[in-house]
Design a protein around this ligand. Structure first.
Ligand code: AVJ
Length: 312
């Protein structure tokens, strides 16, 4: 990476320096998604061990007509963190929306997904919104008067601790308005070994995905972290019902970041991601805490993943 051409996000710098300065050794998971990270994540979704994408896509295909029947036609679909929008066509086909608003912090992703969907849905107006959806947003003028359904697939909510999840659900309620619906995916608690395999695949793609964060720090923040001295570790934390992902130093290491000197001892871990999982009623309670009433829940035969339709 050429550090002269990458504009550094000051929030990234702040989070990275804080991680080492206050000894928390934790970096928010959202920084995993630079261009290389987003590409690696797309690869993760196709791994044999990574069941969530495949399971949720099958649920969408199977039950989208029911989602359509539980709400009217001619609504605006608002997708939070649309990314590459690969699951969106299933929903759009089933509910015949009047408009589609993909929201993402990456303008590049927004342009890509709009370009992908245009030829498939030539009559559907698309109003991309480049924004951070963690806070209430003003939607494009054109959809303000339309009934709305939010779409938040992928168990993206699983990256957040419960308190933050509830804040987000409340923000979404504010953005979409009373009377709107939300279709949201939740990854379920299951056999620990299956969970760990999904986050520590045999091909090592997930390891590359986490380690990419260190490459990003080196590239964007003038770091010199010896990436090959770190190992990707995925553990199940039963108390918090989540997979935790760490980068563990395999030796004592010392390195600069922006001319500041930092060090880690052998065995020290940087906490780079949480992926929360939900018991049978957990997700419904969380939705209610955020101001949403569950209307219907769909799961696969093994209860690996749930799609929930809720109403504000
Ligand atoms: C995008 C947050 C849903 O937690 O399963 C996958 C991210 N990280 N493998 C997940 C992820 C490592 C993913 N989410």
């Amino acid at each position: 990476m050429d550090m002269n051409t990458i504009p550094v996000d000051p929030a990234f710098r702040k989070d990275v320096l804080r991680c080492f300065e206050d000894g928390s050794h934790a970096i928010p998971a959202r920084w995993l998604y630079d261009r290389a990270g987003s590409e690696l994540f797309e690869q993760i979704t196709e791994l044999p061990e990574y069941y969530p994408t495949r399971t949720e896509t099958a649920l969408l295909k199977k039950y989208c007509s029911e989602v359509g029947a539980l709400g009217g036609e001619g609504r605006a679909v608002i997708e939070f963190g649309s990314g590459s929008s690969t699951k969106t066509p299933h929903l759009l086909e089933a509910i015949h929306p009047a408009a589609y608003v993909p929201i993402d912090i990456s303008g590049e992703f927004l342009a890509y997904s709009a370009a992908q969907l245009k030829p498939v849905f030539p009559d559907l107006p698309i109003y991309p919104l480049e924004a951070d959806f963690m806070h209430p947003l003003r939607l494009p003028e054109e959809v303000l008067d339309q009934p709305k359904i939010g779409f938040f697939p992928g168990s993206t909510i699983g990256n957040m601790i419960a308190r933050t999840s509830v804040d987000l659900l409340r923000s979404m309620r504010e953005t979409l308005g009373v009377g709107s619906q939300l279709l949201i995916g939740f990854d379920r608690i299951k056999d620990k070994d299956l969970l760990i395999a999904a986050y520590d695949d045999s091909a090592g793609v997930t390891a590359q995905f986490s380690l990419n964060l260190l490459h990003r720090i080196n590239g964007e923040l003038e770091g010199d972290i010896p990436v090959d001295q770190f190992r990707h570790v995925a553990t199940w934390n039963d108390r918090y019902a989540r997979i935790e992902i760490y980068l563990e130093a395999q030796a004592d290491v010392a390195f600069p970041i922006e001319e500041r000197a930092f060090s880690l001892s052998k065995g020290d871990r940087l906490h780079v991601e949480n992926s929360h999982k939900y018991g049978i009623r957990d997700a419904r309670l969380m939705l209610r805490a955020g101001g949403w009433t569950p209307v219907q829940e769909w799961s696969d035969e093994s209860d690996y993943f749930s799609l929930i339709l809720a109403e504000a």
